[in-house]
Design a protein around this ligand. Structure first.
Ligand code: SF4
Length: 315
């Protein structure tokens, strides 16, 4: 893979690996954890059918709650299985599956403490919904910032409420903005997930989502391209011809690079595209390119444009 270029040079974007090297002087690896959580958009608290694109086992292979092959591994066992063999390599425990703050506080603390009891784990990355954190949840999480590195990842997907309704997110953009504000106030790093290519969205709307993220002062972003996964509402809509996807990776790269050009330069890129772990569950699109090839394609596109992350960012 190409050596990362320097900030503000054509081809540059702020990779998570660079962020970790700047902060810790060495790589930090993430270990995906399935702690057996549920989701209020699935258990009936908000809804039963979930977000229209979501089938958790497609991106969380160890997913306990609805995987066809449930695992019963403890958090410690998952960490031991996921950590790098290199001795003393640093890791973050990535609470990935479903909604990882959706439980009583004492129980959450038990789980997070268990993850941090492994000497290789220097911090947590916690994926959740913006409507599943309260001041009390965040007070508890803030206490971890004294001794560990902490990210909270919030699903946004789009800054357009009509899109959020269409994909059945069950919360609006105001909820997201409120959660980010509460989280940032406590010195916790925030990461937003967004999906490019959602039904009904134009490229202009996608760039408006980037503006929204810039305005909130978010620290990190995960880009996903829309994928149609079996057992989802989106799959039904796709079969009915109501949904289109980026059929080829080269259709997606220019849109992604437009976003990177507008994105504030301090925002760390955690991911450039969706990573489905099960080819059997993926209906569309089928790209031959892996993560490394996508990263190279982005760098090449930015170089060709003479562009880099934030070159069109306006404060
Ligand atoms: S994407 Fe997240 S919030 Fe939406 S249904 Fe799936 S687990 Fe719940």
């Amino acid at each position: 893979m190409n050596r990362p270029v320097q900030p503000n040079q054509p081809g540059w974007y702020y990779r998570l690996s660079s962020f970790f090297r700047n902060k810790f002087g060495e790589p930090v690896y993430k270990i995906p954890i399935d702690a057996g959580f549920s989701c209020p958009n699935r258990d009936g608290t908000i809804g039963y059918s979930g977000c229209s694109y979501c089938y958790n086992p497609s991106f969380a292979p160890s997913s306990k709650s609805s995987s066809p092959i449930p695992t019963q591994l403890s958090i410690t066992e998952q960490i031991n299985r996921g950590k790098k063999k290199k001795s003393q390599a640093k890791h973050l425990a990535y609470f990935q599956s479903y909604t990882n703050t959706y439980a009583p506080l004492m129980y959450l603390k038990e789980l997070y403490d268990e993850a941090l009891s492994s000497p290789e784990v220097i911090g947590l990355s916690i994926a959740t919904r913006s409507d599943c954190v309260t001041e009390k949840t965040l007070d508890m999480l803030e206490s971890y910032t004294q001794h560990c590195h902490l990210w909270i990842e919030y699903g946004l997907q789009s800054a357009h409420d009509e899109t959020l309704q269409q994909i059945n997110r069950g919360h609006d953009t105001a909820s997201f903005a409120h959660a980010v504000k509460m989280t940032r106030r406590r010195g916790i790093y925030t990461c937003a997930h967004i999906i490019l290519g959602l039904p009904g969205e134009t490229n202009t709307m996608i760039l408006e989502t980037i503006d929204f993220i810039n305005q909130l002062g978010i620290d990190g972003i995960k880009f996903h391209h829309l994928q149609v996964i079996k057992n989802t509402t989106l799959a039904d809509q796709y079969k009915q011809g109501k949904v289109t996807v980026y059929e080829k990776c080269e259709d997606y790269i220019p849109v992604l690079c437009d976003c990177l050009e507008k994105l504030a330069p301090h925002i760390v890129i955690h991911r450039l595209a969706s990573q489905t772990t099960s080819a059997e569950l993926l209906i569309a699109p089928h790209w031959p390119e892996g993560a490394g090839q996508i990263a190279s394609a982005v760098e090449t596109e930015l170089r060709t444009r003479g562009a880099y992350q934030g070159c069109r960012y306006k404060i």
